[in-house]
Design a protein around this ligand. Structure first.
Ligand code: C2E
Ligand code: CA
Ligand code: CA
Length: 775
């Protein structure tokens, strides 16, 4: 009924009101019913008493009339009158006055045989003979016949109906005074209880009554007065039950009392109801409902988890207090757990610095300050450690973690209290700084670089690393994504420029980086889909005209034609895809080699290795596994390493190179002459060949042979063969040959081509050429 009301307090109070009203109504109804009943009983008892009184009066009247009849009947004069019929008797004894006194309306003399002797109506004051067939005579005779002999002898009175009028008949036998003579007949005195008679009697008993036929007992009181009190009883005469019923009916006398009682009850019920409702509501409200609603209000108020939790009031020790206490404890726990969670969610667990999320929350704060103080510049320094993976791979994660932590602590010390340093994840840190515009960015960047380079001693090893920093300024309203992207681009640029340096973001940088990012994205996809191809370019021994080696070159067909390796290889290196790419190329090339060797037994395969691949610790085992899976000798696979790779004196590189040679592979130094490798280092590199960069081959065309000569003699001295790259013209070939260079690669012989084409090319050459190579 009140379901739609969601307030528990209102709903409970409404239910309470309804319930108590129901109780009050029921109690009123019962009490009022009881009151009505007892009043009715009282009225009925009262009416009964009146009935008794009237009956007694009627009985006394009847006895009185019977007494008068007996007085006349037991008298010699009457006896004689019946015997001889002397008229004086009547005139002297049945005078109008005496009859009126006795209230006799008629008199009938009957013979001993019960036949009318003489009969008179006395109502008018004179004696008038009754007609022979009159109702009165008939009833008198019938009444006599109904009497028992004893009653006939003693005298009796009867109540009967005569022509619809109730009548009292008093019978006396007529005897002589001495009562020695036989009965002469009967004298009957009749009194009509007509309306006048009844009114007379009513006045006497001061109670209105009615007389009705005895059979009317079962008749219901008339509907016209449903509330009236009605009692009745059959009147008795000498025969017992008579033909008359005495009825007393009158409107209830206690009507006004009943009304007042009812009003009193209603008033009383209402007062009790109101008091009960008020008391119950007050108690319920005070003890439970008010507190419950306060509880729920407090619970509702708490909309944000990071707000201080509300305190539910505890007053004593009842259930609600216990509930409040539990809620308080629960909320305190939740709050502290949340506070911890909040902290944890914004903290990098390893270094204790804030994390990316924390940065995201600080940035708008800094931006707000910057908006108020436009002279300040908001700058982000995005720091990425250079080749951090090496530390992890070579010295283990513990060393890596120690280094990260140490750098974090150094950053913390270096920056100002108003700056924020966070670890973005992995080996990436960021410093958010508000500084006077045009000042300090270079200085801070330089100091950050220096701080990062400080070596750390860890378990006896000296850990050193450098970092590249991308710097971007936040324009007002710039989003975190945009700022970080700019810093990322600048950092990328710093890496490309040779690492261990910083770069400021510029719009031009953006386009460049965007292209590289686009390439990176597509390249990843291409690797997954296996869309890269391996092409082969032959290397010819010009002394024998034999194809002695083929160089495997990566090809990437795209919708816009082939993407040049010079574009995508550096992207793959920067994006960390080179390992996968290199492995892909090596696998396909190695797989093709046995087929090529069927045409050119002893043909060697040259595979390019990026320096990034060399830094992969499991590179050598991977390559061995790859090549050993094919019917190949490890000697027939050569790896080309660019000279620039050895500009950094990394111990790991040396180890890897040694391992490759130890595994049975031959190594070529690619693009020789373009880098700045020291001759001293060259001497320690286990190379079997130098690849003369095509820029030097081109010089031959112009007649400049000096560098080529030097490199050729260097090769001779170090016992490394020299392969000339980029031989495009016969002139170049001839000059190279004249200078003693036998191995050549270039468009003059063949451009890089797919395996099938190479097979055809080899086949074609085979038919025109000479015996197979020795090895
Ligand atoms: P690279 O190792 O020096 O490869 C030789 C490059 O010279 C190839 O360029 C080749 O097509 C080109 N070339 C050959 N003969 C001539 C010629 O007569 N004239 C001219 N102008 N060029 C000639 P490509 O295929 O564009 O490759 C460029 C570079 O990309 C390669 O230089 C190599 O450093 C790298 N690269 C290619 N494939 C791979 C690979 O699978 N792995 C790695 N790490 N690097 C690769
Ligand atoms: Ca090469
Ligand atoms: Ca080269």
């Amino acid at each position: 009924m009140f379901r739609k009301i969601h307030n528990l307090r209102t709903r409970t109070l409404l239910y309470l009101l309804l319930l108590l009203s129901g109780f009050a109504l029921a109690s009123y109804w019962t009490t009022s019913h009881l009151l009505q009943r007892s009043l009715l009983q009282f009225e009925e008892r009262h009416a009964q008493e009146e009935l008794e009184r009237v009956r007694a009066v009627l009985a006394a009247e009847a006895q009185g009339l019977l007494g008068s009849a007996v007085d006349y009947g037991f008298w010699d004069d009457t006896y004689e009158y019946l015997q001889q019929g002397n008229p004086d008797y009547l005139t002297s004894n049945f005078t109008a006055d005496s009859m009126r006194n006795l209230r006799v309306d008629f008199a009938v003399f009957l013979t001993a045989a019960g036949q009318p002797h003489s009969a008179f109506d006395i109502g008018s004051g004179q004696l008038e003979s009754l007609a022979a067939g009159s109702g009165k005579l008939r009833e008198v005779q019938a009444g006599l016949a109904a009497l028992t002999p004893t009653l006939q002898q003693k005298g009796a009175y009867l109540l009967r109906w005569i022509d619809g009028i109730p009548a009292l008949l008093a019978y006396s036998p007529v005897l002589d005074n001495s009562r020695t003579q036989p009965r002469r007949g009967w004298l009957v005195l009749g009194r009509l209880l007509d309306d006048d008679g009844q009114a007379e009697l009513a006045q006497l008993v001061s109670t209105a009554f009615q007389l009705a036929p005895a059979a009317a007992a079962s008749v219901q009181p008339p509907r016209t007065a449903p509330n009236s009190i009605r009692v009745s009883r059959v009147l008795e005469d000498s025969l017992g039950s008579s033909a008359l019923r005495l009825i007393i009916q009158h409107p209830p006398i206690l009507h006004s009392q009943k009304h007042a009682g009812n009003l009193l009850l209603i008033g009383n019920s209402l007062v009790i109801l109101v008091l009960a409702v008020l008391a119950a509501a007050a108690l319920l409200d005070r003890l439970i409902l008010k507190r419950l609603s306060l509880f729920s209000r407090l619970a509702e108020q708490r909309q944000r988890v990071d707000e201080q939790p509300p305190v539910w009031p505890v007053q004593g020790h009842d259930e609600l207090d216990k509930l409040a206490q539990s809620l308080n404890e629960l909320m305190a726990e939740v709050h502290s757990a949340h506070a911890n969670l909040y902290q944890d969610a914004r903290k990098d667990p390893l270094t204790g610095l804030g994390n990316r999320k924390f940065l995201g929350e600080r940035l708008p704060l800094y931006q707000a300050i910057q908006q108020r103080q436009p002279e300040l510049a908001l700058t982000i320094y995005l720091i990425d450690l250079d080749d951090f993976k090496l530390i992890n791979d070579c010295l283990g994660h513990e060393a890596g973690d120690a280094l990260l932590d140490s750098i974090a602590q150094r950053l913390r010390v270096l920056i100002r209290a108003s700056d924020t340093a966070v670890r973005m994840g992995g080996d990436e840190f960021a410093v958010l700084s508000l500084e006077s515009a045009g000042q300090g960015s270079h200085i801070l960047a330089q100091r950050l670089l220096e701080e990062i380079c400080q070596p750390l001693m860890f378990q006896g090893s000296r850990l050193a690393i450098s970092g590249s920093i991308g710097i971007a300024h936040a324009a007002p309203g710039m989003s975190q994504e945009e700022l970080l992207r700019n810093a990322d681009i600048a950092m990328y640029q710093a890496k490309r420029a040779g690492k261990s340096r910083y770069a400021f973001y510029s719009a031009a940088m953006h386009a460049n980086v965007q292209e590289r990012m686009f390439i990176e994205q597509r390249l990843r996809q291409a690797l997954i889909m296996g869309q890269l191809e391996v092409w082969f370019q032959p290397i010819v021994d010009c002394a024998t005209q034999e194809v002695v080696m083929v160089e495997a070159l990566a090809r990437w067909p795209t919708d816009a034609g082939f993407c040049p390796p010079d574009k995508f290889i550096p992207v793959a290196e920067e994006a960390g895809l080179i390992g996968e790419l290199g492995h892909y190329i090596a696998r396909h090339a190695v797989h093709a080699l046995p087929r090529l060797q069927q045409l050119r037994p002893g043909l060697a395969l040259n595979i390019n290795l990026s320096v990034k691949q060399l830094l992969q610790v499991d590179l050598v085992s991977q390559l061995c596994e790859l090549i050993d899976a094919e019917p190949l000798s490890r000697h027939s696979v050569h790896f080309e390493l660019t000279e620039s790779a050895f500009s950094e004196n990394l111990e790991l590189l040396q180890q890897q190179v040694n391992a490759l040679v130890a595994a049975g592979f031959k190594l070529h130094l690619d693009d020789f002459g373009t880098g700045y490798s020291s001759l001293q280092r060259l001497q320690h590199l286990p190379m079997s060949a130098l690849k003369l960069d095509k820029s030097f081959t081109r010089l031959l065309e112009e007649g400049d042979e000096r560098i080529v000569k030097v490199i050729l003699s260097l090769g001779e001295q170090l016992q490394m063969s020299v392969i000339a790259e980029g031989v495009e013209t016969l002139l170049q070939q001839e000059r190279l040959q004249a200078l003693g260079c036998r191995l050549m690669q270039g468009y003059l012989f063949a451009k890089p081509m797919p395996e099938a084409q190479l097979l055809d090319w080899l086949q074609a050459r085979e038919t025109t050429a000479s015996p197979p190579l020795e090895s």
